[in-house]
Design a protein around this ligand. Structure first.
Ligand SMILES: [Zn+2]
Length: 418
């Protein structure tokens, strides 16, 4: 469970995330120096760590130091004012967020043991340092990021960094080859974003995740082949870590292939959240053609009924979806046009539960939910037992302000390409 985060610090309110780049505060001429990403984003991270998680002062300083020293250089130049409107516009049209900010902050609640306190996380889009707007340049830049992660994970730092940088480097190399074959000429369908890198901040440790975006312009059968080729490469690069990866993927691939009109693989992720066991996830868009009810989603969570859905999980998904997407949002042209289904592909790595089966999760794209934050937060609170002590959700649910921290409701800008 995650949502974008409200940022306030010591009573000072920061700009609404949904209107972050075009707030009057940042448009004020004498504030234009603050258009560097560091000055814009750092206050949000500080506020999240101080207010919503359980971090010591020393851990907060370590995370901030890592963010400003290493991560900020990966997201390129800050936004600059549009000469006509004066609105701040990022130089790179990242598909990570609706307003193209290459950074998203989120809070995560996984169990009642957290007493309502969140794990703070963030994800960034790797932006080419040379400013070239292309997927190929983004993948090449990501090779440098993986190299830096490799160096940092070998150093003795106070911040513990968990990552799989050499494996990620191999995958990025394969994505470069795939990109060269796919896009021999400019493509109007694909965003120039190629790789997202994320960190879950747990105490004074950062657990890294990497995401590779597959082309949006290809059909599902081609995407399945590209995905399979990449997974094969992973298994060949580290056979001891991935002995069952391809076997487990086969079941998911069969389901996606049988539903290729409505399922489109979009992204591959390998994360270090269970380090040293790698987690491999494939994200597929579930495109709604005629209706968008939970019964249109459920068969894809259970792989057509072949993997049983735990009762409480199914119930939470159904109730949440049905309350977020009411009958008026199910009419053609209204409400969500797609959602994401995440497939967790067990690897068979030593340390993983033996015989673990593939599983799925529902990833609700909040920008597809046409409501303000308080509505979304109320539905989350009412339907997710894990959020009963989460102050952030309670505050948002009680708010009468029509904010868009969660929904990022810039519908006139079109939708991100994820
Ligand atoms: Zn394309």
């Amino acid at each position: 469970m995650h949502l974008q985060h409200e940022a306030r610090n010591n009573g000072h309110e920061y700009p609404d995330l949904g209107r972050l780049l075009n707030s009057p505060q940042l448009l004020h001429p004498e504030r234009l120096a603050s258009t560097e990403w560091k000055a814009i984003l750092q206050p949000y991270l500080i506020a999240a760590l101080q207010r919503h998680g359980q971090y010591t002062q020393s851990a907060i300083e370590q995370h901030l130091n890592f963010f400003t020293t290493h991560v900020i250089p990966w997201i390129g130049l800050g936004p600059s004012p549009d000469p006509t409107t004066g609105a701040l516009v990022p130089p790179y049209p990242s598909s990570l967020t609706n307003d193209h900010t290459p950074f998203e902050l989120s809070c995560c609640w996984k169990g009642n043991r957290q007493d309502g306190l969140a794990v703070v996380r963030y994800v960034i889009d790797v932006i080419p340092s040379g400013g070239e707007i292309s997927r190929l340049a983004a993948f090449r830049e990501a090779l440098h990021v993986m190299g830096t992660l490799e160096e940092l994970s070998q150093e003795q730092n106070t911040l513990s960094l968990y990552a799989f940088p050499s494996l990620w480097w191999h995958i990025t190399k394969a994505m470069i080859e795939n990109e060269q074959q796919t896009h021999s000429r400019p493509c109007t369908r694909c965003s120039p974003s190629g790789v997202f890198v994320a960190f879950d901040l747990v105490a004074s440790a950062a657990f890294a995740k990497a995401y590779w975006l597959f082309p949006a312009c290809q059909n599902t059968s081609t995407l399945i082949m590209s995905m399979e080729k990449t997974l094969k490469l992973i298994e060949e690069a580290e056979p001891a870590m991935f002995p069952r990866l391809l076997d487990n993927w086969a079941k998911v691939a069969t389901h996606i292939t049988a539903n290729q009109e409505i399922l489109q693989p979009r992204m591959l992720s390998i994360d270090a959240t269970k380090y040293p066991v790698p987690r491999v996830k494939v994200y597929a868009r579930r495109i709604f053609l005629k209706s968008n009810t939970f019964s249109d989603i459920e068969p894809h969570l259970s792989l057509g009924g072949s993997i049983p859905l735990p009762g409480p999980f199914r119930q939470t998904c159904e109730r949440l979806w049905s309350s977020l997407v009411g009958p008026e949002d199910s009419l053609p042209g209204n409400g969500p046009k797609y959602t994401l289904v995440l497939y967790d592909i067990p690897t068979g790595a030593p340390g993983e539960t033996p015989g673990k089966d593939a599983s799925a999760k529902l990833y609700i794209m909040c920008q597809e939910i046409p409501h303000v934050d308080s509505f979304v937060a109320r539905k989350l609170y009412d339907n997710c037992p894990v959020l009963q002590d989460a102050e952030l959700v309670k505050e948002l649910a009680a708010s009468s302000e029509p904010t868009a921290f969660i929904c990022e409701d810039n519908r006139d800008r079109g939708h991100p390409l994820l």
